[in-house]
Design a protein around this ligand. Structure first.
Ligand code: SF4
Length: 377
């Protein structure tokens, strides 16, 4: 059964009915269980679970320490192009934002300089990003960027447009470790309202892309929804179903989740389903109970104080000292367009200090290709 069939089994009405039925006793029962069903997760995400938040948070902390120890892995995003032929109404890179003179695609020697700058700051794990401009930033260009990054970093992941299995295989053969690909929202109607042009408008092709990456051998698969696009509780339940599905079908890969919240958006887009700080904490802690072995990523979209408070609640990977524009780690990107505004402006060493103050160890390197022989882990 493919994931589309799984989603078909969970129409919105069925998911919503679970929230409508939640009782305090159900929240208590969900908290008492070790293995959680999707109905348990709905109970833990529901408003009725708010009075139990401290208990959910304690359990989230226990599970995270059990599975990951007291460690937080550090990574940095590296944008190598902000060209985009797609029109996603919430994104600053959309071609309709029209800011042509701030568009930039780094040349190989410029990517090299960005990699050197990040490596000099201590990073050993990097996420390469582009917009969706496959005629300019071709699969060959992505391949070249991965090859360059592999010279500097132990772990290289990409967050680019959806690719075919053969393209993922080619990148994995070069040493690509991870693929990050957010569905943004699993709600088909909302999806088509906010993704107006470009390959990304093809819901089904995007839905399957992360599984193609897993089948191609990517060892870390990161998925997420853009919180604020649709009813977050429904989207998070579907995200949880997707994570469980990938853990079964791509069992050789580690599945990780991100919870990007829409905060600063172009004028033409209004965030209709904002997620409050309290709801954000609740959803991360609840997801930890449902997915105790999944990595949880936290980017610099969130402010420093909140990021620090989330460290013990289930987060396993944090970006630090990030730039969301190409050339942002060298003088090259001074005038380049950025994808979104960063909220945590601290440098990597300040984030390292904050992690240590929280009683955790910052980890610069959590992956080595020697972990995997030619036949897998
Ligand atoms: S979200 Fe990605 S594909 Fe969509 S406009 Fe932004 S960069 Fe382009």
């Amino acid at each position: 059964m493919d994931f589309k069939s799984v989603l078909d089994e969970w129409p919105e009405a069925r998911l919503r009915a679970m929230f409508d039925r939640v009782t305090t006793a159900q929240v208590e029962a969900a908290l008492a269980r070790e293995d959680h069903t999707i109905a348990d997760l709905a109970a833990l995400l529901s408003p009725q679970a708010r009075p139990f938040l401290e208990r959910v948070a304690r359990e989230a902390q226990r599970l995270t320490r059990w599975h990951f120890g007291r460690t937080i892995s550090l990574y940095a995003p590296l944008y190598f192009s902000n060209l985009c032929a797609a029109d996603c109404v919430y994104c600053g890179f959309s071609f309709r934002s029209g800011i042509r003179d701030k568009r930039l695609t780094l040349k190989p020697d410029e990517i090299r300089r960005e990699c050197a700058a990040l490596a000099a700051r201590g990073f050993q794990s990097i996420l390469l990003l582009t917009g969706e401009a496959p005629k300019v930033v071709t699969v060959d260009a992505i391949t070249e960027a991965v090859a360059i990054a592999r010279e500097y970093f132990h772990s290289v992941a990409i967050e680019v447009y959806s690719l075919d299995t053969a393209d993922y295989e080619r990148l994995v053969a070069l040493g690509l470790e991870g693929v990050t690909l957010y569905m943004e929202t699993y709600d088909r109607d909302v999806y088509s309202q906010v993704h107006l042009e470009g390959q990304k408008a093809d819901y089904d092709y995007r839905l399957d892309a992360i599984e193609r990456a897993g089948n191609a051998g990517a060892r870390r698969l990161s998925i997420g929804v853009l919180l604020g696009l649709a009813d977050w509780r429904i989207d998070v339940l579907r995200l949880a179903l997707h994570a469980k599905y990938l853990q079964k079908t791509c069992w050789q890969s580690a599945v990780a989740l991100s919870f990007p919240r829409l905060r600063h958006t172009p004028d033409r887009f209004h965030v209709e389903h904002p997620v409050s700080d309290a709801e954000f904490v609740q959803l991360i802690a609840a997801m930890r109970l449902y997915l105790p072995e999944a990595g949880f990523n936290l980017s610099t979209r969130e402010p420093a104080g909140l990021r620090d408070r989330l460290i013990p609640l289930g987060i396993t990977h944090m970006s630090a000292g990030s730039s969301t524009k190409p050339g942002g780690y060298t003088e090259r990107g001074v005038l380049a367009l950025e994808q979104f505004e960063i909220e945590d402006h601290r440098g990597p060493l300040e984030v390292v200090d904050a992690i240590r103050r929280a009683g955790y160890d910052p980890v610069w390197k959590d992956y080595d290709h020697a972990f995997h022989g030619p036949d897998g882990p």
